[in-house]
Structures are given as C-alpha cells and as structure tokens.
Design a binder for this molecule. Structure first.
Ligand SMILES: NC(=O)c1ccc[n+]([C@@H]2O[C@H](COP(=O)([O-])OP(=O)(O)OC[C@H]3O[C@@H](n4cnc5c(N)ncnc54)[C@H](O)[C@@H]3O)[C@@H](O)[C@H]2O)c1
Length: 407
C-alpha cells in the first residue's frame, strides 16, 4: 500500500517505521521543515528509532518525506498523527488536527482510507475530521480510528507487539483499517464504532492518571505517618492478583497522561456530567511539585539564595520529551522561595529559553527528578543530592517522597 502519514513525531515516525517494515511505500508529511530536512538526511529525531531505518527508507525510495500535503494525494491510506494538546485555559486544542484535516481535504481527489491516530474525545472522527475532509475534497472517504498506544522508550512493547484497537465509521472502513494494521501488528482488536476506540484510549490514560493521583496522595499520608511508602508498595505488590503498582512522583508529564483525562472531562461536561475522579486526581497530581519542594525544605532547611541544580527536566527517564514536564512547576516553586535554580539534563540542551548547566559547578544542593540511564553526577562538588524516590544505583541520594529509615 501507499501510506501517507501526517505528522512525523513520536507517533507518526513510529507508524512510518511499522509501515516500512511491512513493505508499504510511505510518504511522511510534516509541517516542520526541521523535521523533514532531518529525515531527508537519514536522521531519526525520536529515541528508539535508529537512523539506519530512516536512511535505508530514504535511499531505497520506500520512504519519501515532504512538507507538502500534495504528496498525500498519491496514497491509498492517510494516517493522521498530529498533536492534540491543551490550550492555555486547559481546554482541548484541536487546532492542529483541524488544520491537518483541512489540508488533507484540499489535496485528495479520490476516495481513500483515512485513519486518525491522534488522541481526542469520542466523536472527533465523526464530527470534526470527516466533515472537514469530505467537505474539502468533495469525496466520501472511509474513516477509521486507531488510537496510538506507543510508549516512547519502552524496550518491551513497541508497535508490533502492542495490541491495537480499531474502530470505524463503517464496517468497511474498520475492516480496511484492520487489514492495514495486521500487516505490521501482531494483534488488532476491532470494535463496534469509532467512539468505542476513541473512548478506550481516554479511559486507558484516565485509569493511569487517577491511580497516580491515588498513590501520590497515599505517599503524602505515609510520609506524615513516618512509614516508607516504597516498602509499602513493594509489600502490596506481592499480591499476585487484583493489584497493579503505581509509583508516586513529582508530578505527571508528557503528551498523554496529563492531557487525555481532561479531554474526557471536557466532553463529559457537554453531556452534563462532571467527573469527580478526574478533577480530584488533577488537583493531587498538580500539587506534587509544591509538595516535593516542601519536603525538600523539611530535609534541607531554607533554600533562599541557595544555588540548586535540578537534574532531569524531561517528563520521564531516557526520553528528551519535556512536554508538560513537572520539572517546570517544580523549578517555579523553588524560585518563588528564593532559590537560584539551574538545571541539567543529559538529553536536553535547551528548554524554556534557558540552556542546560553543567554538573560541575558551584551549587549548594541538587535535586534529581529524572535519572536517565546515562546520568552520571561526575564532577559534582556541591552539597547533598536529593531525589524523588529511592534509587538503588545511587543509594546516597536522599529520597523526598518516601521517608528514610532511621539510622
Ligand atoms: N507521544 C506519545 O507518547 C503518544 C502516545 C500515544 C498517543 N499520542 C498522541 O498522538 C498524537 C501525536 O503526538 P506526538 O507525540 O507524535 O506529537 P509530536 O509533537 O511528537 O509530533 C507531531 C508532529 O506533527 C507535526 N505537525 C503538527 N501539526 C501538523 C499539521 N497540521 N500538518 C503536518 N504536520 C503537523 C509536528 O511538526 C510534529 O513533528 C497526539 O494526539 C498524542 O496525544 C502520543
């Protein structure tokens, strides 16, 4: 098949690689000239995707990349993988998805299979994407949805062995999308409607969001009681059924967990329902950066005028993605309390208009929020090093979320 993939980021490039592995001809389209020129020169900008896969695709001609949507008119299948973030008010921002759908509609001259992989609320494919593309192209296309489940950096589960849910606006569309995904995924789970697939994705991430909120609150309770939460969670985790471990942390980040539940909440409100679970978990997860700063001050003392190095500003280990990273409110909180804050991340050189600082320097203390596998505190001459949770690789770092055993 000839497959046009709109958006060549974490999701789009992953699907590009999956489709190439099945022998499809891929046209990767992205509005970013930097992304396209990088791919053209055979470079992958996504962790876990090797340069060689991109370089081989480009040199053999099985992968064409372009900023121009006109290339999509040649495709049999068009996959949409553009960001669906929150706007400044915390509401669903579909502007990039809408713009992509309009651009697709302008170039398609014959009926295609259109698949949306971008996460959004139930009804997006039917009420937003289809009218824009059908209206723009004057054609009636087949529409399906397969919400992406990629977990960047996960070495155990990738596009091949992660089961894929597929729904369509018609059985014909769903079956065509199932056939497409079966060409490079081990297991495809067809469902009865597009809305079921859209809602399944939101529920998966809302489940995580709420359980993280629960464990974050539990960690505060344990700390107040002087009980080490990590040991409690390990003990609870020995139950072989009916329990799934989640771990407290400085907050939640990335493009999915902090965002998707709010899409569900917003849509639910349109139906007259307010999700109390989502609202409560949001409140707890968002107070974590402040809580960890409070714990830091309990352990260290006043941080006013102290030079603090925050280590790890991406939202999770071994990923350079800083979207919605809790490091930002954490740093803001430190600064509000008068600390002079610097940051270091082996995977991020600049962020929020600031450059990374070296480990070697004059600091009073460090707080490690994310410990990438390649992190080494070589050259550290500052004071104590704090972290969120106990790290067996660095037993001297002082955890702030779990209380420490009395020596
Ligand atoms: N990152 C993840 O782990 C993950 C996992 C599952 C689902 N998702 C969902 O997948 C979707 C894409 O997320 P992502 O992480 O791949 O985003 P990303 O920012 O990594 O990549 C998106 C790409 O789309 C391009 N783009 C934006 N608007 C465009 C347009 N109108 N036309 C063409 N290109 C455009 C951007 O330049 C960027 O390169 C989102 O809905 C997200 O919620 C992401």
């Amino acid at each position: 098949m000839r497959v046009a993939i709109i958006g060549q980021g974490y999701v789009g490039l992953t699907i590009t690689v999956g489709a190439l592995s099945a022998g499809h001809q891929v046209i990767g389209i992205d509005k970013s000239s930097a992304v396209i020129s990088g791919l053209k020169s055979g470079k992958s900008h996504i962790e876990g995707i090797a340069d060689s896969v991109i370089a081989n695709g480009v040199s053999s001609g099985t992968l064409q990349v372009s900023e121009l949507y006109s290339q999509a008119s040649e495709a049999d299948v068009v996959v949409i993988a553009v960001p669906t973030p929150l706007d400044e008010k915390g509401s669903a921002d579909l502007s990039l998805l809408i713009s992509a759908a309009k651009s697709i509609g302008e170039v398609l001259k014959s009926p295609k299979l259109i698949i949306n992989e971008s996460t959004s609320y139930p009804g997006t494919l039917r009420e937003v994407i289809k009218p824009l593309i059908d209206g723009g192209s004057g054609q009636s296309h087949l529409y399906a949805i397969s919400p992406e489940r990629v977990d960047p950096g996960n070495k155990s589960f990738g596009v091949k062995n992660t089961p894929r849910v597929v729904g369509g606006l018609s059985d014909q569309a769903r079956d065509a999308a199932v056939a497409f995904y079966k060409s490079f995924c081990d297991e495809v789970v067809p469902v009865s409607s597009a809305e079921v697939a859209e809602a399944a994705k939101l529920f998966e991430n809302t489940f995580r969001f709420i359980n993280i909120g629960l464990v974050n609150e539990f960690a505060e309770i344990m700390s107040a009681m002087g009980i080490p939460v990590d040991e409690v969670l390990k003990a609870a985790g020995s139950k072989p059924y009916g329990f799934m471990p989640f771990h407290p942390n400085v907050g939640i980040g990335g493009h999915c967990i902090p965002v998707d539940p709010l899409y569900l909440q917003e849509r639910a409100k349109e139906f007259g329902i307010t999700s109390r679970y989502i609202a409560l978990s949001e409140e707890i997860n968002h107070r974590m950066p402040k809580y960890v700063v409070k714990r830091l001050m309990q352990e260290y003392g006043d941080i006013k005028a102290k030079r603090v190095l925050v280590v790890g500003v991406s939202y999770k280990a071994d990923i350079s993605d800083t979207r919605e990273s809790p490091a930002q409110p954490f740093i803001e909180n430190l600064r509000e309390r008068g600390a002079e804050v610097f940051w270091h991340d082996p995977l991020v050189s600049s962020w929020k208009g600031e450059n990374a600082s070296p480990i070697a320097g004059e600091y009073d203390l460090a707080v490690v929020l994310v410990a990438h596998s390649n992190l080494a505190m070589n050259g550290w001459t500052g004071g104590p090093i704090f972290t969120t949770n106990f790290n067996p690789k660095f037993p001297d770092w002082k955890p702030l979320i779990s209380v420490q055993k009395k020596s």
